[in-house]
Design a protein around this ligand. Sequence first.
Ligand code: 5GP
Length: 202
Amino acid sequence: MRGGMLIISGPSGSGKSSLMHEMFKKIDNIYFSISTTTRGKRDGEAEGVDYHYISKEEFENDIEEGLFLEWAKVHDNYYGTSLKPILKSLHDGKLVVFDIDVQGHKIAREKFGDSITSVFITTPNQDELSKRLKNRGTDCDEVIEKRINNALSEMTRVREYNYVLINDNFEKTLEELTAIAISSRCRVHLLDTEEFISSWVS
Ligand code: 5GP
């Protein structure tokens, strides 16, 4: 088996990051793809842990050099996935987990097809998302408004995903996400059939 790929998308404020964080404690041999972004660092975030933070000019230069597996503009900022560490982790047999938006999911799906398992995580409704973003206190009203509008347009593309999770109960959603991550490793598309059969026969 080669390493697998698990893409997790969903509106900012859906609880994605906290769920992933807890899920990582439960699963071995996993690699979280740290994205590169031009957005400012939030309180509590750290370089090389949450993101690699670079300038717009550097990001555009990296696009030119073909360093990204995929990239997208989200809420007026660039976000992208660097190719090199992903290929290495897949080669090492790791489950690579991506937190990327619907645009990134589409590009990755075009490149890697059914080797990818994807999950869309959201809140039970728009009011709940608005409440969580306000409580988080990291964004001004204008940015919150943008995030909510963006969430609505992302929701219309939920059918592009393999799974959808409504995060109305953290523990239950965590259990579901962990189950999906575990089973994503057993995707038949990750199997080299010829090698599998020949080693099974001998
Ligand atoms: P935030 O600013 O809340 O950390 O992230 C905003 C959005 O950008 C989220 O929907 C997140 O999934 C998405 N995102 C983060 N990294 C990447 C990336 O490398 N590529 C793409 N396409 N989207 C990303």
